[in-house]
Design a protein around this ligand. Structure first.
Ligand code: ZN
Length: 331
């Protein structure tokens, strides 16, 4: 098996604050002996647990990168006990092109784990996480949001796991993040970073903090606070955690009817907002045909009771797009 070609310009064993790069050789038309330089910063102070925090696993999700480029400005190394490795843009080529998947190999970082040392660029980055970064890590936080085609209520999430003790540790860390919403996810998609981390026995928290290909002061504040809270919970950062001002509402997505997919192409005319409570049968949206005027719009109704967790952006949809996700409020 070929060795992973990525090398780090920082020393993972050295105390202090180190800014550097993960250097991935990538020979191409505009740079014959060039490399992809993925920014990385490490805070290390003495012995203690290690946390690995990432943004832009998908390149068009911005709460993670904004919060983490901010975090990287910290100078207070004396407040740390242990190690924090921060990579603001995990799929750096996708981040630079403002796209969900990499423009180089068209791969979705969160569908190709554990990656391949002898694969294409995205596979090599994934392999470096699986075989170099994760083995030295105890706590993992991966900050997602909806990207250009989805918008979410801001939540921190953990997964249902076969090891109940590990699941409880993940749930406690997700709760500690203190987003306005908190959710246990059931996902059966293959190749996710999430499952790679969990299969190695680590504490893993994921988020969805907004979307639409942008951010807001509110969503950034949630991300920044959440990063600090996560590290305080892990015992790596000294300080008092700050709770979500309105508390944290627990949601569940245990029903297959949570996802409402478009069965038509057209223009969305929404009747509900993110966070609205709906009853089964409520009108959620009308979809107008764009081909001619005077056509009766198609109507989309709530398949279950719950709260609107996710909505599609932009306003034009295609058959098969996820129009809404409805979650159940846990009383
Ligand atoms: Zn994502």
């Amino acid at each position: 098996m070929r060795k992973n070609p990525i090398s780090a310009s920082i020393d993972f064993e050295q105390d202090g604050i180190q800014h550097g790069f993960l250097k991935l050789p990538y020979s191409r038309n505009d740079s014959a002996w060039g490399a992809i330089m993925i920014p990385i910063v490490q805070f290390k102070c003495g012995n203690g647990p290690t946390a690995l925090i990432t943004g832009a696993n998908h390149g068009d999700e911005y709460e993670g990168p904004v919060a983490l480029y901010n975090f990287a400005l910290r100078q207070d190394i004396e407040q740390f006990s242990g190690r924090v490795i921060v990579i603001p843009a995990m799929n750096y080529p996708a981040f630079l092109s403002a796209t969900r998947v990499s423009p180089i190999d068209n791969l979705n970082m969160n569908r190709i784990f554990p990656g391949r040392a002898d694969g294409s660029v995205t596979q090599q980055i994934a392999d470096y996480f699986s075989n170099t970064l994760l083995p030295m890590t105890d706590y993992v936080l991966d900050i997602h949001s909806g990207g250009k085609t989805l918008d979410f209520l801001p939540f921190a999430a953990y997964h249902s796991l076969p090891d109940r003790e590990q699941e409880a540790r993940c749930a406690a860390a997700a709760r500690a993040f203190s987003a306005p919403y908190f959710i246990k996810l059931v996902e059966d998609t293959g190749g996710m970073y999430d499952h790679q981390v969990e299969s190695m026995g680590k504490v893993f928290v994921s988020t969805e903090l907004g979307g639409s290909g942008t951010t807001s002061p509110n969503s950034i504040a949630i991300a920044k606070r959440g990063v600090d809270n996560f590290l305080i919970h892990a015992g790596i950062l000294n300080g008092e955690s700050i709770e979500s001002p309105d508390g944290s509402i627990e949601l569940d997505m245990n029903a297959g009817e949570s996802y409402l997919l478009a069965q038509h192409n057209g223009l969305v005319d929404p009747f509900v907002n993110l966070g609205d409570h709906v009853k089964k049968g409520d009108l959620l949206a009308r979809v107008h045909s764009t081909e001619r005027t005077g056509e009766k719009p198609f109507e989309y109704f709530a398949p279950r009771d719950g709260v609107i967790l996710t909505r599609h952006v932009p306003s034009l949809i295609k058959i098969g797009d996820c129009v809404f996700v409805i979650a159940e409020v846990v009383e």
